[in-house]
Design a protein around this ligand. Structure first.
Ligand code: DGY
Length: 324
């Protein structure tokens, strides 16, 4: 019997392939120079593999899935907790399972959200840029005046694992924590009305999944509801925020600051955001600690190993009713 073939689209952190190697699977890819496969190349590769381990930058669309399903593709493991890069509903209809990496990156991503809250609220980017450029004239009592995060009201949008990890950290800063999510949580601080949360929060941190249901959840109208002292933080998916509207709000000073780790069209960043004042921009590094990225890789490759050996990994994405 031939061993299963697993396409690994990109280089993984050290040790990340171990579950596949230990299972004796044949590993296809990644390329020696770690450049991404094009859609056409993925389409070709999908014909001859049983599983794909991919990153959030690989678009796995219906075409790739249907070619894979017509051959031997059975499972796709996304090395990310978000999976809006995969047409997972079609995958399920075609009999292909999809897994993600829940649980292993919550704390690291929550740390990054707090980092952005602090950096944006305290204007560290502008202050450091001036210092490095030799433009700091020395201490001044009216320089770089930010807003405090201690004692502030934090509005968390999306109250899954990462949102809750942020809430735990916020307690340490003496913040009042409110949250909004699609389903009522029944927990203290729950707000059904997202508009109202936008109105009352001093800091808003986004932790919803990406995908069609949350596109531009924070749009120009909701930005206009926010306080002029509000700080917006996004470590979830760029598509949740209307970037053009946010850039306008920052330029106009209708909100105070923003801290963004994710963008609508990565790696492109809206040009008006690049020049927006009081804005901290990071290149999608929310989960980027050595331990967490390794654990994400292991979560994905363990899922593939388990599934191809007849198991049912806990991190398979749940099917919607009637998806078969
Ligand atoms: C994820 O896992 O979805 C994150 O965006 C990666 O940091």
């Amino acid at each position: 019997m031939t061993s299963p073939r697993v396409l690994v689209t990109r280089r993984l952190p050290e040790g990340g392939l171990d579950p596949l190697i230990n299972a004796g699977f044949e590993i296809v890819g990644p390329r020696d120079d770690d450049t991404p496969y094009s859609s056409e190349e993925l389409l070709g590769l999908a014909e001859s593999v049983d599983a794909i381990v991919c990153l959030l930058t690989d678009l796995i669309d219906y075409e790739i899935l249907s070619v894979g399903a017509a051959h031997s593709l059975r499972v796709i493991a996304n090395v990310a907790v978000g999976y809006d890069n995969i047409d997972w509903r079609s995958a399920h209809r075609l009999g292909i399972e999809v897994s993600n990496t829940p649980g292993v990156l919550d704390e690291t991503t929550a740390d990054a959200a707090v980092l952005l809250m602090l950096a944006a609220s305290r204007l560290t980017f502008a202050a450091e840029s001036d210092l490095r450029a030799g433009d700091w004239p020395g201490w001044g009592i009216t320089q770089y005046l930010g807003v405090d995060i201690h004692g502030a009201t934090l509005g968390i949008i999306g109250f899954g694992r990462i949102g809750r990890a942020v809430a735990r950290r916020a307690q340490g800063f003496g913040m009042r924590v409110l949250h909004h999510s699609r389903r009522e949580t029944g927990e203290p601080g729950y707000m059904d009305d997202l508009d109202e949360l936008c109105r009352v929060a001093d800091i808003i941190s986004i932790h919803t999944p990406g995908g069609p249901d949350t596109v531009h959840l924070i749009d120009g109208r909701r930005l206009a509801l926010m306080k002029t002292t509000a700080v917006l933080v996004n470590t979830a998916r760029g598509s949740v925020v209307d970037e053009a509207a946010l850039a306008e709000a920052l330029h106009a000073g209708s909100i105070f600051a923003a801290g963004l780790d994710v963008f609508e069209r990565e790696p492109e960043v809206h040009p008006r955001l690049l020049t927006a004042p009081r804005t901290v921009l990071l290149p999608h590094i929310g989960s980027a600690s050595q331990a967490t990225r390794r654990n994400m890789a292991l979560s994905a490759t363990n899922a593939v190993a388990q599934y191809l050996q007849g198991g049912r990994p806990a991190n398979l994405i749940a099917r919607e009713p009637n998806s078969d």
